[in-house]
Design a protein around this ligand. Structure first.
Ligand code: PMP
Length: 428
């Protein structure tokens, strides 16, 4: 594959944008080489500026659960744009998408829309602090909840990829209110709670972690968190920015039958436009301004184009009861195929998978937390990544990320991918 034009465009971008990108992982720093500049995408495929076609397993880092340029979403946005792109006044559309989200997701009465997953998590924590009148939160090492200050403490995703999980610029005062715990380790959470009696407002968790590769919760972990929160007056915040409307209609709450107190959304809920949301039972949500004392706002929140895209996406998912099963079957097929060829080529690996999320780690021990995720062989990952790109398969340019399976992928695409992995892993 040729990347002449991508290289030129990157050089131009570097002059006027820090690192040439508007979000760090896009820069290929972890794997080396030049980022691929995309021109368009349709269904399961990306088309880059050099005319290459790539099967896409990033899918905008999650939102495109039904594939790129999904017709109902595109049409909804075009129609809405003709009527005005932003008003800063209420619209009927906001109530329509809110009502649908509340109907699809268990244990929520009200939802507020924001512009990103970061905003959703940041606002959820403020709400939890206001509601409980406590300051501290527990987060898990390797979980990523956006780039708001209180979350950049042992954060996953790009923060981990770039070796800066604790970012300069986050004050010591802010950092002291974020307590760290180990994912999938209830005993550790108990110890942290015990050391901070009556001080913890919330535990925020990716109920299926997706920012240190894909790490599902071990049996009893989420139930244990729920019990600990209930026993200690702590609110349980599920960050379902990745998992919401992807692993099940009602997200991980539905999948594992666990009740969270506040749920955060992003990605799929906006159908590819900049949308986030947070939701909870009425008693908690009524604590928000203008009803309650916790302030939260946004000029573009509930933007009509974003709401139109999100509504079209949620309606499509809601009207297709088989979708999540279908996605899980495709992912399982891919898993089996990858496992077969990697074994045949004597590669050391572990695959984690749940629903339509999957990741390949180049280490043999189980990957259950940040420490075990970090054991993966990055040199092998680099060869894997660049080899796959050459074959026309695009995965995230970092071992700390999850692959997202979309409904647009056909079994032929999956077979093509498995063959590409076979070919590439023979060169390790
Ligand atoms: N939470 C989780 C679980 C995420 O994966 C992400 C983004 N990858 C965020 C929050 C932040 O969302 P955004 O990038 O839209 O701000």
């Amino acid at each position: 594959m040729i990347y002449k034009r991508s290289s030129q465009l990157f050089a131009e971008a570097e002059k006027v944008i820090p690192g040439g990108v508007n979000s760090p992982v896009r820069a290929f720093k972890a794997v080396g080489g030049t980022p691929i500049f995309v021109k368009s995408a349709k269904g399961a495929y990306l088309y880059d500026e050099d005319g290459n076609r790539l099967i896409d397993y990033i899918n905008s880092w999650g939102p495109m659960v039904l594939g790129h340029a999904y017709e109902p979403v595109v049409e909804a946005v075009i129609e809405k744009a003709k009527l005005g792109t932003s008003f800063g006044m209420p619209t009927e559309l906001e109530t329509q998408i809110a009502a649908l989200a509340v109907a699809m997701v268990p244990n929520i009465d009200k939802i507020r829309f924001v512009n990103s997953g970061t905003e959703a998590c940041m606002s959820a924590v403020r709400l939890a602090r206001g509601f409980t009148k406590r300051d501290k939160i527990i987060k898990f090492a390797g979980c990523y909840h956006g780039h708001s200050d209180s979350f950049l403490i042992q954060a996953g995703s790009g923060a981990m990829t770039f070796g800066s999980p604790n970012s300069p610029g986050v004050t010591a005062g802010t950092a002291k209110d974020t307590l760290l715990a180990t994912y999938n380790d209830l005993q550790n959470v108990k110890t942290v709670i015990g050391a901070n009696p009556n001080e913890i407002a919330a535990i925020i968790v990716e109920p299926v972690a997706g920012n240190m590769g894909c790490i599902p919760p071990v049996a009893g972990f989420l139930e244990g968190l729920r019990d600990l929160c209930t026993a200690n007056g702590i609110l349980l915040i599920f960050d379902e920015v990745m998992t919401g409307f992807r692993l099940a209609k009602g997200g991980v709450q539905e999948l594992f039958n666990i009740t969270a107190d506040i749920v955060c959304f992003g990605k799929v809920i906006g159908g590819g436009l900049p949308v986030g949301a947070f939701a909870a039972r009425e008693e908690i949500m009524n604590y928000l301004a203008p009803l309650g004392p916790v302030y939260q706002a946004g000029t573009l929140s509930g933007n009509p184009l974003a709401m139109a895209a999100g509504l079209a996406m949620l309606e499509s998912l809601n009207n297709d009861p088989a979708i999540f099963q279908r996605l899980a079957e495709k992912t399982a097929y891919l898993h089996e195929g990858i496992e077969k060829v990697l074994k045949a080529n004597n590669v050391i690996f572990t695959i984690n998978r749940i629903g339509s999320m999957i990741s390949v780690h180049f280490d043999e021990s189980p990957v259950v937390d940040l420490k075990s995720a970090g054991k993966g062989d990055n040199e092998t990952f680099k060869k894997f990544f660049h080899g796959l790109v050459k074959e026309g398969v695009y995965i995230a340019p970092s071992a700390y990320e999850t692959w997202f399976i979309t409904d647009a992928l056909t079994y032929e695409d999956l077979d093509f991918t498995i063959q590409a992995i076979d070919k590439v892993s023979k060169t390790f």
